[in-house]
Write a protein that binds this ligand. Structure first.
Ligand code: F6P
Length: 345
C-alpha cells in the first residue's frame, strides 16, 4: 500500500515521533509511506517526499514537523476538492494518515465521506481539547514548559513582592492553565470554562497577602473572558483576524487582567505571555511514548483496513473511534480545578 502521512493545523511537540512510528510500522510490513507536505495542501498539490528508513531517521526527539504544516482546507480553497480528486486519479494513495486537531479531524471525515478515501486521524494539539481521547500528544510538553516558567517566575515574584500574571495557550479550554497551574503552584487560575470575576481574583490575592504572602502567581488561559461583578464581560483578542480554519486569534487577556488586578489591589503586577514557546522544542518522554503508540496504532488500522477512524487513548488503552464521533471540543475536567483551588487565597 502507498500511505500518505500529513500534519495539519498548528504544530506541537511529538509530530515527528508519530510520523516516524507510523512510517516504520508500515515499512516493516513492506508498505510505502509517503510524506505529504504542508498538510492537505500536499495532498491537493501532490507535494510529496519519501518516508523511507533514512527519511525518518533521527527525528524522534525533534519538535515541529519534518513535513511542515498549514491550515489548508480543501473545502474552503477554490477548486480544493477538485485538486484532491485529480491528484488521487493521477497518483493514487491507498490511505491517508492525517495528524491534526479537531478541525483536521472534521476535514478528514468529510474527505473520507466525499471521496471514499480511506483515512485515519491522529489527534494532536497542545490544547488537549480533542473529543474522544483522554490526552493528545504535545500537551504534556506544553504543560512542562509552562511549569518551568512558573517555577522561574516564583523566584522573581517573591524577590519583588509582585503579582505575576501568566497568560497561557489552550484556545477555548483551560487544560494547560489548570494542569500547569497545579504543577507550578499557582495562586489563582482563570479559564474559559468557569467564570471568575476580577473582583473575586483581586479578593483572593488580597486574602493571601493578608496572611503574610507578599507575592502571587495567577495563570490565565488565553480564551478566558474578563468578567466583572457588574455582569460586564470583555472578550479580548490579539486581533480581528481569523486563521485559515476560521478560528479567532486569541491573546491579550493577561495584560488586561493584570491592569485590573493592580488597580484593585495596589500590588505591583507584571505580565508574562508565554505564546508559541509552548508549542516548540523537544517532546517530553511521555509525549514521545504517546505519539509512538498513536503512530503504530494508526499504521495497524490502515493495514487492517479499519479506516474512517481516529486513534484514541482511553485510560491506558490505545483504541480508535469513528471520525463522526469527533465533534466539538473537550473542555477541562473541573475536578482538576477543584484540586487547584485548595491552594488559592
Ligand atoms: O491550537 C494550538 C494553538 O497553539 C492554540 O493554543 C493557540 O490559540 C493557537 O494555536 C495559535 O495559533 P497560531 O499559531 O495560528 O497563532
Amino acid at each position: 500500500m502507498r500511505v500518505g502521512i500529513l500534519t495539519a493545523g498548528g504544530d506541537c511537540p511529538g509530530l515527528n515521533a508519530v510520523i516516524r512510528a507510523a512510517a516504520r510500522r508500515l515499512l516493516a510490513h513492506r508498505h510505502e509511506p509517503v510524506g505529504l507536505r504542508r498538510g492537505y495542501r500536499g495532498l491537493a498539490e501532490r507535494d510529496h517526499l519519501p518516508l523511507d528508513q533514512k527519511g525518518v531517521s533521527g527525528i524522534l526527539p525533534l519538535g515541529g514537523t519534518i513535513l511542515s504544516t498549514s491550515n489548508y482546507n480543501p473545502f474552503r480553497e477554490p477548486d480544493g476538492l477538485e485538486k484532491v480528486r485529480a491528484a488521487q486519479a493521477a497518483d493514487p494513495l491507498d490511505a491517508v494518515i492525517a495528524i491534526g486537531g479537531e478541525h483536521t479531524m472534521m476535514i478528514t471525515r468529510r474527505l473520507s465521506e466525499e471521496l471514499e478515501l480511506p483515512v485515519i486521524g491522529v489527534p494532536k494539539t497542545i490544547d488537549n481539547d480533542v473529543v474522544g481521547t483522554d490526552y493528545t500528544f504535545g500537551f504534556d510538553t506544553a504543560v512542562q514548559t509552562v511549569t518551568s516558567a512558573l517555577d522561574r517566575l516564583h523566584t522573581t515574584a517573591q524577590s519583588h513582592d509582585r503579582v505575576m500574571v501568566v497568560e497561557v495557550m489552550g484556545r477555548n479550554t483551560g487544560w494547560i492553565a489548570v494542569f500547569a497551574g497545579i504543577a507550578g503552584g499557582a495562586d489563582g487560575i482563570v479559564i474559559p470554562e468557569l467564570e471568575l470575576t476580577v473582583e473575586e481574583i483581586a479578593a483572593a490575592i488580597q486574602r493571601r497577602h493578608e496572611r503574610g504572602k507578599d507575592f502571587s502567581i495567577i495563570v490565565v488561559a488565553e480564551g478566558a473572558q474578563l468578567a466583572f461583578e457588574s455582569g460586564e464581560r470583555r472578550e479580548i483578542r490579539a486581533s480581528e483576524d481569523v486563521d485559515g480554519y476560521g478560528y479567532p486569534r486569541l491573546g491579550g487577556i493577561g495584560v488586561a487582567l493584570a491592569a485590573e488586578i493592580e488597580a484593585r489591589t495596589g500590588y505591583e503586577t507584571r505580565v508574562t505571555t508565554l505564546g508559541h514557546v509552548q508549542r516548540g522544542g523537544t517532546p517530553t518522554a511521555t509525549d514521545r511514548i504517546l505519539a509512538t503508540q498513536y503512530g503504530v496504532h494508526a499504521a495497524d488500522l490502515v493495514m487492517a483496513g479499519e479506516t474512517g477512524r481516529m486513534v484514541a487513548l482511553r485510560g491506558t488503552e490505545m483504541t480508535s473511534i469513528p471520525l463522526e464521533e469527533v465533534d466539538g471540543i473537550k473542555t477541562v475536567d473541573l475536578r482538576y480545578l477543584e484540586i487547584a483551588r485548595t491552594f488559592f487565597g
